[in-house]
Design a protein around this ligand. Structure first.
Ligand SMILES: *Cc1c(COP(=O)(O)O)cnc(C)c1O
Length: 363
C-alpha cells in the first residue's frame, strides 16, 4: 500500500513512555500509565472521570453490562454506524431498533429518533454515533432521551477531540465512548476510554472490567463481569498520543483542507457536510460521488496502492439484523450507495492526493 485509509501517526514520545512503563515494572493491566491516561483524558475532555479499556467495543460492553441488558430489552441506535456500536448490546440479548441519518450531519436524525422513542418508550438505552468525527446533536438527544428516561450513550469512537458547541464530543450524555484503536485519530495500539460525569457508573464499570470482583480481601463475586482493563504498556502509547491530540487535530484538518482544495470546480464530488454546531476532528475525509460508482473507485484506487473504502453499510441492511426494526428515511442507504472514504493519514503526501484525484476523475 502506498497510502492507507487511516494509518497511525507517531509524534515521538511514544517510545520514551513505553520505556518508562517497562522501567516501572508494571507490565500489567494497571499501573502509573493507566492512572495518568485516565486522569489526563478526564481533564482534557472535561468529564468527571475516565476508565481505560482494552477497546472501544469493551467500553460499550461494560455500559451494556452496567445497564444489565438482557434478552428482550430494546436498544435504540444509529443505523449508519460501525457494528461495534450495537454488537455488545445484541450479544447480551438486546433487540436493536435502528434510526436513520440526518442528511445535514450524517449522524442520527433527531426527529426520527423521537419517533423511535415514542414507539419504544421502555428502551433501555440510546446509542448515538458521532460519524466520521462529526458530533451528533447531543443537546437535542439529551433533551429527547431525558423526556423518556432513557440513558444516552454517545459512541464517540471516531470523534476523539471533536467539539460540540465548544464542549468535548458527547459531553452531556450519560456516558461517552472513545476508541484508541490503531485506525483512529489517536491510538494506544488498541484500546478505549469510557468517559462520564457519573462517578458511580465509572466505579461500577471498573468493577465489571475486573471480573466483578468485590472490594474485599478474598475473591468475592455477586455477579459476573469480564476482563476489560487496558494494560500499562499500551496505556503509555495512548498517553503519549493524547498529549499530542492538538497536533493530530491540526494534521487531520490539513489533510481535509488539502482534499477540499482538490475538489474545487468538480461538481461530481462533494465533501461530507459540516454541522454548524461543532468542530469535527476530520478523522476521515469522506465524500459523495455523483455519476461515479464508489466501489469502482475503491478498486481503481486499490490497483494503484491506495486504500479507500465505501461508507459504513447501514445496520438495517446487514444480514445479521435482517429482522430488526428500523425507522428509515432512505438517507443512510443513499449515502452508502454514493459515499467514499479517502485515505486520510496525517502524513499523506500532496502528490499522492493529486494522483488519486486524477484516478477518480478518469473513472
Ligand atoms: C472504531 C469504532 C468502534 C470500536 O472501537 P474499537 O476500539 O475498535 O473496539 C465503535 N464504534 C465506532 C463507530 C467505531 O468507529
Amino acid at each position: 500500500m502506498r497510502a492507507f485509509l487511516s494509518p497511525p501517526f507517531l509524534y515521538g514520545d511514544e517510545r520514551r513512555l513505553v520505556a518508562e512503563a517497562f522501567d516501572s515494572g508494571y507490565i500489567a493491566p494497571c499501573g502509573p500509565m493507566v492512572d495518568a491516561l485516565e486522569a489526563e483524558a478526564a481533564k482534557r475532555f472535561g468529564f468527571g472521570g475516565a476508565l481505560a479499556t482494552v477497546s472501544g467495543t469493551m467500553a460499550l460492553e461494560l455500559l451494556a453490562r452496567a445497564l444489565e441488558i438482557g434478552p428482550g430489552d430494546e436498544v435504540i441506535a444509529s443505523d449508519l454506524t460501525f457494528v461495534a456500536s450495537v454488537a455488545p448490546f445484541v450479544a447480551l440479548g438486546a433487540r436493536p431498533v435502528f434510526v436513520d441519518a440526518d442528511p445535514a450531519t450524517w449522524c442520527v436524525d433527531v426527529a426520527l429518533a423521537e419517533r423511535a422513542l415514542k414507539a419504544h418508550p421502555k428502551a433501555r438505552a440510546f446509542v448515538a454515533t458521532d460519524l466520521y468525527g462529526q458530533c451528533c446533536d447531543v443537546d437535542a438527544l439529551v433533551a429527547l432521551c431525558d423526556r423518556f428516561g432513557v440513558p444516552l450513550i454517545v459512541d464517540a469512537a471516531e470523534s476523539v477531540g471533536a467539539t460540540y458547541r465548544g464542549r468535548s464530543a458527547g459531553k452531556g450524555a450519560w456516558a461517552v465512548v472513545h476508541s484508541l484503536n490503531g485506525n483512529k485519530i489517536i491510538t494506544s495500539g488498541g484500546g478505549g476510554l469510557l468517559l462520564s460525569d457519573d462517578t458511580s457508573l465509572l466505579a461500577r464499570c471498573r468493577t465489571l472490567a475486573t471480573q466483578a470482583r468485590e472490594p474485599v480481601p478474598w475473591y468475592e463475586h455477586r455477579t459476573v463481569g469480564t476482563h476489560g482493563r487496558l494494560g500499562n504498556v499500551p496505556a503509555a502509547i495512548g498517553l503519549a498520543q493524547l498529549r499530542r491530540l492538538d497536533e493530530a487535530l491540526a494534521g487531520k484538518a490539513r489533510i481535509w483542507e488539502a482534499w477540499l482544495a482538490r475538489m474545487v470546480g468538480k461538481d461530481w464530488l462533494a465533501p461530507m457536510p459540516t454541522a454548524a454546531y461543532g468542530r469535527p476532528n476530520r478523522w476521515l475525509t469522506v465524500v459523495t460521488l455523483e455519476g461515479r460508482n464508489p466501489l469502482k473507485a475503491v478498486s481503481a484506487l486499490a490497483a494503484q496502492g491506495f486504500e479507500a473504502r465505501p461508507l459504513w453499510k447501514p445496520m438495517h441492511l446487514q444480514p445479521v439484523f435482517s429482522g430488526a426494526e428500523a425507522v428509515l428515511s432512505g438517507v443512510g442507504e443513499e449515502l452508502f450507495a454514493r459515499g467514499l472514504c479517502l485515505p486520510s493519514g496525517c502524513g499523506l503526501a500532496p502528490e499522492l492526493m493529486d494522483e488519486m484525484m486524477t484516478l477518480l476523475e478518469g473513472l
